[in-house]
Design a protein around this ligand. Structure first.
Ligand code: BGC
Length: 746
């Protein structure tokens, strides 16, 4: 029997045991012990020393409790008698109350704290991670993480799920918006700064999904193949950099298999690389339902099963008692979790719920979006909109009268008041609804241009939209693309005939500006016919104001693409994502499909290997629509005077603002390795975001990390810096590098 609660069915069994569980939990809580009775509370000891002291006091039962979840709120298949304690989050792991070790309360937080609505809370939505990555700003990444950390704690959580950093190897991946683009150095650096600042707020940080979970199609069954060298130099490198900078308490292993073994029981990934090569000291948490065994997963290096206890609960305890799993293995898992609790500060600084600082959240979200919007085209300087010269403006499409779209799945942040396109009172949001935030660009533009007349057309009828455009000075077409976890896009076309709408509007009025609200790249068959294109991504809680500031010139756009926009799917390494067989459909992408071992032979061979994104286009001599690192500004910049120092591996050059507006330029440095490295295409090795007033010059100096110049040698199982001449290139994007120099390495 089930009870309907908050729109979800919960098994009656949950309620029946509430009172019993309450008693046993509260009975465990003891009054605070004296400091000498709890030597691990001494903050002068290292997290490892503190963890070891606690571990010595723990029973096997208590250790096992640390190694698994207690169910997931709102998911009927994933409930235990303890789920009600989880604060409505995605998961919870019991602490050791008698020793002062708190429960770990986990919430998704890809672009803000998830599912606040269902629990009557409020969270700020930040711009999507792939959007925010377009700022190339480590400060913005830090603000991003800090905000999430504070809002998690305010809402009663002490662990975040995400920073996602899977590379954009497959731009149709429905989770592209949750990640940070296609380059390992950029993505790894930004996720690292995000995590560092998240953890500074005393929550356990998490990096996910480790690894090669680069498509959603068949994510629970797909077997991914790639050479070790390619893995190490691409997807794994992003994690390595992120972990080095952010030192997250947890790494979430992914759903997919790699070379036959599920990521969450893959010894190569979890032990050989993560824990040994990278010397990672935190814990590995499974993706939800991503655990498939007890002994194998434990031996491979999985430390915590979520959200249930199917393999790491009674079965693991029994495996220890019968000698099949050594106690040292359990101690290592438990030690890692305790260590992360001490390291992140959640033991010393217990959660105190409070009111989310809404105003501060708005400010941060807007500031990041203002740095993340990418101006892709601006013919005859149609933008910024002239405050005096614009009289009649047509606003067309994408519910621009009421809001802007957001990304779905476990990342979903709930908009205040519910889905802005639904009638009041019917605004409940669900996992895979298309959800609009109440951030109307029409309203924001009206405020910025009070002298102009605005007329809105839904865009449902292209002919009527074109009629309106014809009568207006300017037409702004808003185009949206909804993406979500659990699905991939069939192609990169704008859905719902929006290409046709744009074509017709542009034919009626060449002064057409297209604003994109997308989770990933889109193709633009109409590009030559429109005057301007602005990529606003999923823009967050103050996206409309940030966008209006950019369109009207209060803010000079500075974002640059963290991923390539291809001309056509034909130019991708795989023109289509291999479809699932009839038998595999249904087991492929849902998270809640149990943890059965798959016998499917659905696989993907990432033969392009290290050539992710711009590297692929360069190596294959394909012209993208917009290259990685590209973005325009309302001012212009010049580059000059590159010098290099091969010993220090330093690159210096000057960037000048040659236009009339203050701006921020993202100056990029690429290297092409010596021929014998076998990688005849450039790779990003550094960048700097630099603020410049009109006429101002600044000399940029970047020291390149030797690993960024190295290749992974599979024989030696280590990185090698090939001797020889490295071509060093600098410029405003991966496709435009006016400055050249060399490193000569012995
Ligand atoms: C997702 C994770 C998420 C987890 C908990 C899974 O479906 O892949 O990213 O953290 O659910 O919601």
């Amino acid at each position: 029997m089930q009870i309907l609660w908050s729109g979800k069915f919960l098994p009656l069994a949950c309620f029946a045991v509430f009172s019993i569980v309450n008693v046993s939990i509260s009975a465990q809580v003891t009054t605070p012990a004296s400091p000498s009775a709890r030597p691990w509370m001494n903050k002068n000891l290292s997290p490892d020393e503190r963890a070891e002291l606690v571990l010595k006091q723990m029973t096997l039962e208590e250790k096992i409790n640390l190694l698994h979840g207690t169910g997931m709120a709102h998911v009927p298949n994933w409930q235990t008698p303890l789920t009600y304690l989880s604060n409505g989050g995605a998961g919870m792991t019991l602490g050791v109350p008698r020793l002062g070790i708190p429960n770990i309360y986990m919430s998704d937080a890809a672009y803000g704290v998830r599912s606040s609505g269902e629990n009557g809370r409020y969270s700020t939505a930040l711009p999507s991670p792939v959007g925010a990555a377009s700022s190339w700003s480590t400060e913005a990444a830090c603000e991003y993480g800090g905000l999430i950390g504070r809002e998690l704690r305010a809402q009663g959580y002490n662990m975040t799920l995400g920073g996602g950093v899977n590379l954009t190897r497959e731009p149709r991946n429905g989770r592209t918006f949750e990640y940070m683009g296609e380059d390992p150095l950029l993505a790894g650096t930004l996720v690292g700064h995000r995590i560092k600042c998240e953890q500074a707020e005393h929550v356990i940080g998490d990096i996910k999904h480790y690894a090669l979970n680069d498509q959603e199609t068949g994510r629970n069954i797909v077997d991914v193949h790639m050479s070790k060298r390619a893995m190490q130099e691409s997807d794994l490198l992003a994690f390595q950099i992120g972990i080095r900078i952010g030192n997250p308490g947890a790494v979430m292993c992914s759903y997919n298999r790699i070379d036959g073994d599920y990521a969450c029981e893959n010894k190569y990934l979890l032990t050989d690389v993560l824990k040994e090569e990278w010397n990672y000291k935190g814990f590995v948490v499974s993706d939800w339902g991503g655990t498939h065994s007890t002994q194998k997963a434990s031996a491979a290096g999985l430390d915590n099963e979520q959200p249930m206890d199917q393999y790491f609960g009674p079965q693991l305890k029994e495996a220890v008692e019968s000698g099949r799993v050594p106690m040292t293995e359990i101690d290592d898992h438990a030690h890692r979790i305790l260590r992360s609790e001490f390291l992140s500060g959640i033991v010393d600084d217990p959660i105190q719920k409070s009111v989310v600082d809404v105003e501060r959240g708005f400010e941060i979200s807007q500031r990041i979006e203002e740095q993340s919007i990418v101006l892709l085209k601006n013919e005859k300087n149609i933008l910024p909109l002239d405050q005096t010269g614009v009289h009649n403006v047509a606003i067309i499409g994408a519910h621009a009268d009421v809001g802007m779209i957001s990304g779905g799945g476990s990342a979903q942040v709930d908009p205040p008041g519910g889905n802005a396109i639904m009638p009041p009172g019917q605004g409940a949001t669900h996992w895979q609804d298309h959800i609009w935030f109440p951030t109307s660009p029409l309203k924001a533009l009206k405020e910025k241009l009070p002298g102009a007349n605005f007329t809105f057309n839904t865009g449902d009828n292209a002919t009527s939209a074109a009629d309106l455009a014809r009568k207006s000075d300017i037409a702004i077409v808003f185009a949206s693309q909804w993406t979500s976890e659990g699905m991939d896009l069939p192609n990169l076309s704008l859905p719902n005939h929006q290409d046709g709408l744009i074509e017709q509007v542009a034919a009626a009025n060449p002064r057409t500006i297209v604003v994109l609200e997308t989770g990933t790249a889109v193709t633009m068959p109409w590009l030559n016919k429109v005057a301007a294109v602005v990529e606003a991504w999923y823009a967050g809680s103050r996206g409309h104001i940030a966008l209006a500031n950019v369109l009207t010139g209060t803010v000079n756009p500075s974002g640059k693409l963290a991923m390539t926009f291809p001309k056509s799917e034909q130019d991708l390494p795989r023109p289509v994502i291999a479809p699932l067989s009839k038998e595999d459909e249904g087991s492929g992408s849902s998270a809640v499909n149990g943890t059965a071992r798959s016998t499917s032979n659905y696989s993907v061979h990432y033969d392009e290997g290290v050539k992710v994104g711009y590297k692929w286009y360069e190596a294959e001599h394909k012209q993208p629509l917009f290259p990685f690192g590209f973005g325009l500004s309302y001012t212009s910049y010049s580059y000059s005077g590159l010098t290099t120092d091969s010993t220090q591996k330093t690159v210096s050059f000057t960037v000048k603002n040659t236009g009339k507006r203050t701006g921020a330029e993202i100056a990029q440095i690429y290297a092409v390795l010596p021929q014998q490295a076998g990688e005849p295409f450039k790779r990003l090795v550094g960048w700097q975001r630099v603020d410049l007033s009109p006429g101002e010059s600044k000399t940029i100096s970047v020291t390149v990390d030797p690993q960024m110049l190295s290749i992974f040698d599979e024989q030696k199982n280590d990185w090698q810096l090939p001797p020889g001449r490295y071509r060093i290139l600098a410029g405003p994007s991966s496709a435009t590098t006016p400055l050249t120099g060399f490193f000569d390495l012995k």
